[in-house]
Design a protein around this ligand. Structure first.
Ligand SMILES: Nc1ncnc2c1ncn2[C@@H]1O[C@H](COP(=O)(O)OP(=O)(O)OP(=O)(O)O)[C@@H](O)[C@H]1O
Length: 303
């Protein structure tokens, strides 16, 4: 079942179009990621789909509802953790949880939730005294207290230390396992790769690609570099003739090959058939960060 469906989303601020063709759809039970450079329009898109901002155009459906028309119903069903927490410093964890619980018709037991999020011993602490990681976890708790079917988490792990980030990833997976569909905005490629079933890449106000992390890397068409030692006659020519190999260079006893994702298998099989041993093998394959730069032209913009 499709729980979020966005087509041709448009939004301008003061006559400047910052979102002009965002589209993606999210299926029930997915962890769906949104990637994009700063200012690409990710938060604006997310705010339009949660009913926090009014769109100028396009079609948006969340759980079959239109957030512009059915604002209250969307708010009751969609948990939102926004980039910056807007809680006053003096409010305690318990007070914040009680306040947010009162916004929803059927909230979960907030004490259980706070325990699950590792904040059980912080219920009487003031927001201003919590660490960055604790504030993040509280904002996730606030997004989940209304028993949402969909949770939207914007830059969930920004500012967290590596261990806290990993703990948060585990938490997100357990939230998904409890039946919540998750939409995550992130700048972290490792987070996107590890957590997200699929990703939309948004650049300059439009969706430029939707795929799995591996699919985005594949479609970027970036070369794989394979370096190895292979001693034997005509090894170089043999490797150069393989279908997916686009370049071969000899460096002493080593060959450096540029090719596609199947080149390694082709090289290995071809040389093995001729009894040539491949040793000292190193493979440098493109990652999601390379694909991201290629898809968004972030390298061209910086040049
Ligand atoms: N309320 C606003 N009024 C005017 N311009 C805005 C407003 N909110 C955002 N913008 C502008 O719209 C553009 C898109 O902003 P948005 O926050 O949606 O991008 P983003 O992809 O989430 O960026 P980041 O990764 O930096 O959070 C930016 O140029 C931003 O300056």
């Amino acid at each position: 079942m499709t729980v979020i469906d966005i087509r041709g989303l448009r939004k301008s601020y003061g006559g400047r179009a910052v979102v002009h063709d965002v589209e993606f759809s999210v299926e029930e039970g997915e962890i769906f990621g949104i990637l994009g450079p700063n200012g690409a329009g990710k938060s604006t898109s997310v705010e339009c789909l949660t009913g926090l901002r009014e769109r100028d155009g396009g079609a948006v459906k969340v759980l079959g509802l239109d957030p512009a028309r059915d604002r209250q119903a969307v708010r009751e069903r969609v948990g939102v953790q926004l980039q910056e927490s807007r809680l006053p410093d003096k409010i305690t964890v318990a007070e914040a949880m009680r306040l947010y619980s009162s916004f929803y018709p059927n909230p979960v037991d907030w004490r259980d939730l706070v325990d699950r999020l590792g904040l059980g011993d912080k219920v009487n602490s003031r927001f201003g005294k919590l660490s960055g990681g604790q504030k993040q976890r509280l904002s996730v708790a606030l997004a989940l207290v209304g028993r949402p079917k969909v949770a939207v988490l914007d830059e969930l792990t920004t500012g967290l230390d590596p261990q806290a980030r990993r703990d948060t990833w585990g938490l997100i997976e357990s939230i998904r396992d409890s039946g919540v569909t998750l939409l995550i905005v992130t700048h972290f490629m490792d987070e996107a790769e590890r957590l997200c079933d699929r990703l939309a890449v948004i650049d300059a106000g439009q969706t430029v690609a939707i795929d799995t992390a591996a699919g985005l890397v594949r479609r970027s068409g970036l070369p794989h570099r394979i370096r190895f030692r292979a001693v034997g006659e005509q090894v170089e020519d043999l490797v150069a003739q393989l279908p997916t190999v686009s370049g071969v260079e000899r460096r002493g006893e080593h060959l450096v090959v540029v090719g596609g994702e199947d080149s390694l298998t082709e090289i290995y099989e071809a040389l093995h058939l001729r009894g040539v041993r491949v040793t000292d093998l190193r493979v440098n394959q493109p990652g999601l960060d390379d694909a991201f730069v290629e898809l968004t032209g972030a390298d061209r913009a910086a040049a």
